[in-house]
Ligand binder design. Structure first.
Ligand SMILES: Cc1cc2nc3c(=O)[nH]c(=O)nc-3n(C[C@H](O)[C@H](O)[C@H](O)COP(=O)(O)OP(=O)(O)OC[C@H]3O[C@@H](n4cnc5c(N)ncnc54)[C@H](O)[C@@H]3O)c2cc1C
Length: 482
């Protein structure tokens, strides 16, 4: 990322920040800066000038106003689990919301909850577990990521297939605009009047302002849940089974796939008893009224067997079900045991293209001599090829970038998109002209400029800059890592 020298020294700003949030909540040392130089996207990094941790909306307003008047760029940050480099802010101010972690109101009768932006996703559901309610979006990172980050990236998760993504569960936000003004968007009722600003802010990737609190919908925990683990000797058979399940009219709560590389790694880490020689495992979960589930299980079992499933296991206890989900949700993390570097892609393709696209991804891995592991939301066609690499090996990062480039173009070639849930960030920004014509990108820039006219709030993310009257594809295939 380019290093921008600003005429105003950061020192005065740091002094201001210390007065606003207290000295302990402003970090400026080299080690602290290094801790915030990237997020979970490992191929870009840049040192922020300072890190500031506000404790309230008023403090966020003061910080943003100070940055705006000093003409210093800033970037909101939650837990830093983003996979697209959305929090990187070289020589700017990283505004970290993690201290703003209070649940402010639980309204069980209306199934609403209001929370500060730094509340960790899983805490929302934990807070209403005794009311048989939950916050449905469940990213695999839910033990760490924040609701502010979920809103900004419009996060999904395994249960997105049936329950939808964050925007489907969001009713209002308080957002500090890039000039420091606070507005509330949406309200606690069901209807949006006027323009749907909430729909723009959700997925705005921190380029439209800083969300400081949110009111979300709460979802009833289903009456009954059944979880199947279906083992296949061929990826192609597993992907055809996915299409068969969806076309049967059943909407599983979740329909996830893990390939052999992932199964082996997870088994090495946790010893759950998954067959290491399986080429693919599907996790199929259905939920609803207990009475109707058995018929659906029979149908799913029949469809999987018709596609040569080796075995269909049904979780018999809550612990077995928890183990299956633990394996799925920790899968990417366990890859770290065998690989120092991981880049996880997020392209979406039509489900019917899964067999050929997965085969082509394998070929891309072979072409570049890279291991690629797949664990993904098969029911949504949302791929997560995890490209494994060692940054210390000369030339390996360049090969990763080339492989990523081919995978993204492959998704687009098959009528897909660049991202299902991780966001565009820095990582995929330069690919946007391959997906959208200039007039659409211009319109997106105009919308962004209404919120963020000076582009101080999270610059360099989501939208490429135009070259005269056009946008050129600028996806780098070499040398991005520092
Ligand atoms: C192992 C692993 C598994 C994952 N699984 C999933 C998954 O299943 N589904 C999924 O959708 N994602 C997944 N992710 C990606 C990531 O966890 C999500 O994108 C998550 O929503 C990011 O939340 P965060 O708090 O970490 O945000 P950060 O990484 O801190 O920030 C993400 C983006 O949001 C912006 N932002 C953060 N807070 C605010 C705020 N308060 N106001 C305005 N903008 C803000 C940042 O500027 C940045 O652009 C996974 C990541 C990892 C590492």
């Amino acid at each position: 990322m380019a290093v921008v020298q600003r005429p105003i020294g950061i020192d005065e700003l740091v002094k201001d920040f210390r007065e606003v949030v207290g000295p302990d909540n402003v970090l400026v040392g080299r080690a602290e800066q290094a801790a915030y130089e990237n997020d979970a996207y490992p191929l870009e990094r840049a040192l922020p000038a300072c890190i500031v941790l506000p404790g309230s909306t008023d403090e966020v307003i003061s910080i943003v106003k100070a940055c705006a008047s000093a003409d210093i760029p800033f970037s909101p940050r939650g837990a830093g689990t983003g996979l697209a480099g959305g929090t990187i802010i070289g020589n700017g101010v990283s505004i970290v919301l993690s201290r703003m972690n209070k649940i402010l109101e639980i309204d069980v009768r209306n199934r609403r909850m209001t929370a500060e932006a730094g509340v960790v996703n899983v805490m929302l559901s934990k807070a209403v577990v005794n009311n048989a309610l939950c916050f449905a979006p469940d990213p695999s990172s839910q033990g760490a990521c924040t609701i502010g980050g979920n809103i900004s990236n419009n996060a999904g998760g395994p249960h997105t297939l049936k329950y939808g993504v964050t925007v489907n569960h969001l009713v209002s936000v308080d957002i500090v605009l890039p000039d420091g003004e606070l507005i509330t968007v949406g309200d606690k009722t069901e209807d949006v009047n006027g323009y749907d600003l909430l729909g723009i802010i959700c997925g705005g990737e921190g380029t439209l302002g800083i969300v400081t609190r949110a009111t979300v919908r709460l979802t009833a925990v289903p009456d009954a849940v059944e979880t199947l683990l279906v083992i296949f000797d061929s990826i192609s058979n597993a992907t055809h089974a996915v299409s068969a399940i969806i076309s049967s009219g059943i909407t599983p709560a979740a329909l996830e796939m893990m390939d052999r590389e992932i199964v082996k790694t997870v088994e090495d880490a946790f010893h759950f008893g998954f067959p290491r020689d399986a080429e693919a495992i599907l996790i199929v979960e259905i939920d609803g009224m207990a009475a109707g589930l058995h018929r659906q299980i029979d149908t799913i079992r029949t469809l999987c067997e018709a596609h040569n499933a080796r075995e269909v296991r049904q979780a018999a206890t809550t612990l077995e079900r928890a183990n299956i989900w633990s394996a799925r949700k920790k899968a990417i993390g366990t890859l770290g045991r065998s690989s120092p570097g991981i880049v996880t892609q997020d392209g979406v393709i039509p489900r019917s293209k899964l067999p050929e696209v997965l085969a082509e991804i394998t070929q891309i891995g072979e072409k570049y001599g890279l291991r690629i592991a797949n664990v993904f939301h098969a029911g949504d066609g949302n791929l997560h090829p995890a490209v494994l690499f060692d940054p210390e090996i000369p030339g390996e990062v360049d090969r990763v970038l080339s492989a990523n480039h081919e995978i993204l173009k492959l998704c687009l070639k098959h009528g897909g998109t660049l991202t299902g849930e991780h966001g565009v960030g820095i990582e995929k920004r330069d690919y946007m002209p391959l997906l959208f014509p200039p007039a659409t990108l211009d319109t997106m820039w105009k919308v962004r400029s209404c919120f963020n006219p000076d582009d101080l709030c999270n610059p360099g993310k989501v939208l490429p800059t135009s070259h005269g009257c056009s946008y050129e594809f600028g996806g780098r295939t070499k040398g991005a890592a520092s």
